[in-house]
Design a protein around this ligand. Structure first.
Ligand code: FAD
Length: 391
């Protein structure tokens, strides 16, 4: 493998965000595009992602990004090319009792944005999904079109499409230095050589703060550790079932190929330090396995006889207000970041990538205004939140 000596754009990180950015840059004719991934594509957060694709948010910006991205998931072959594995299951979002009024307000906002969603009462939930225990759910939001997609396939789809448009993707190449001359990016250093470039895009996911530090840029990113169990759904549970984000039990669930149910143990999320980014355990712990099963069975009583098939754990980067950091670094010209997507980056990747490419090529994101997510917002004493945030 011989790296090019120069490139017009260098993307760092081959997850779903980096490959989406590379695809959009190449598609837009932004000059030469090189993507560097230190391991293999989808080796980071993306490879462990649960892949939920839905549009329910408590802020209009992310809802818009998810809604526009949804179009890509549904028409992946036409827009990107290849398969993303999207499966429509229908989606339910529950909230705690004190958030019911906020739920109503958010559903109204989402409907105005064009999301196909409405409120469903306890009786309607029982009718729609008799296998659910809805005793503690007076009201929920429903999206009939939502479901999940395959993060590996999606990433490969973006990468292959980027290549077809001329981008070059190098795996097993770690960026160990970012050159800044004056206040301008001039190149990246790797163990395999140097690439001179005026544009560097940091799409390094949970490693985003470390990569930013190479350019002398400080990013306020926390790294979250999140575990997932995969359970064999017993015959008494109808399958495929709905995809659900259940804020009452702080779990989410969706069907998984092979009559399985994937359950996210959000109740046991924890933070990890930067020293653990490459050493954290990718296994589901015994304690979390028990706790998440208990919660799953409370929501779907028929799961009592379901056996845990497997489990895994992954990490993702999270900013102070839990929204992505998207944009250029004010102190280093030519250095851009697209990190800190928390647990929602997969479903936002198609449009986050397009917005970043537009910002880099045209100086402004047209597809959706991402300035509320600019890198400097915390230093400016601001953070982003929608009009009706859940507590
Ligand atoms: C368990 C789990 C479940 C999730 N479930 C969902 C979900 O259901 N729906 C949803 O929308 N989102 C979900 N997410 C979040 C989503 O997966 C992430 O937001 C998204 O994958 C982030 O993609 P990324 O490309 O930014 O980061 P990553 O996928 O982490 O990619 C960053 C890449 O950069 C590489 N890299 C790092 N440093 C360097 C360097 N110096 N040089 C070269 N390469 C480097 C890494 O190896 C990595 O491959 C989940 C996350 C996890 C962990």
């Amino acid at each position: 493998m011989v790296l090019p000596k120069t490139a017009d754009n260098v993307v760092i990180g081959g997850g779903v965000i980096g490959t989406s950015i590379a695809f959009h840059l190449a598609r837009m004719g932004a000059g030469t595009v090189v993507l560097l991934e230190r391991k293999q594509l989808a080796a980071g957060s993306t490879g462990m992602s649960s892949g939920l694709v839905r549009m329910h948010y408590d802020n209009p910006l992310e809802a818009k990004v998810a809604l526009k991205s949804f179009d890509t998931f549904r028409h992946f072959d036409e827009i990107v090319g290849g398969e993303c594995g999207f499966v429509r299951t229908g989606f339910l979002r529950t909230v705690k009792a004190h958030n019911i009024e906020t739920l109503k307000a958010n559903v109204t906002v989402l409907q105005h944005l064009g999301v196909n969603t409405w409120l469903v009462s306890r009786d309607e939930i029982r009718e729609m999904a008799p296998y659910l225990n809805a005793d503690d759910v007076p009201l929920a939001a429903y999206e009939p079109d939502s479901g999940y997609a395959d993060p590996h396939l999606t990433t490969m789809g973006f990468a292959n499409a980027a290549r077809r448009h001329g981008a070059r993707i190098f795996q097993g190449v770690e960026v160990i230095g970012i050159e800044v001359n004056g206040s301008r990016v001039t190149g990246v250093q790797t163990l395999q050589g140097r690439i001179a470039t005026p544009v560097v895009i940091n799409a390094a996911g949970p490693w985003g703060a470390l990569v930013a530090a190479l350019a002398g840029v400080r990013l306020d990113l926390t790294v979250m550790y999140h575990q997932v169990a995969v359970v064999e759904a017993p015959p008494e549970v109808p399958w495929p079932h709905l995809t659900i984000i259940d804020r009452l039990y702080r779990i989410y669930l969706r069907p998984e190929t092979g009559r399985l149910t994937l359950v996210g143990a959000s109740h046991d999320n924890s933070t990890i330090g930067t020293d653990q980014l490459d050493t954290y355990s990718e296994s589901l712990t015994y304690e979390t396995r028990n706790r998440v099963l208990e919660r799953l069975c409370s929501r779907i009583p028929g799961m009592e006889t379901g056996a845990v098939h497997k489990g895994h754990a992954g990490i993702y980067g999270s900013s102070r207000d839990k929204h992505a950091l998207l944009g250029s670094a004010p102190s280093v010209k030519g250095f851009y970041c697209a990190v800190g997507f928390s647990g929602h980056g997969f479903k936002e990747a198609p449009i986050a990538g397009q917005a970043m490419a537009e910002l880099i090529v045209n100086g402004r994101a047209e597809v959706v205004d991402i300035t509320p997510l600019r890198l400097a917002r915390f230093e400016e004493g601001e953070s982003y939140q929608g009009p009706y945030p859940y507590e």
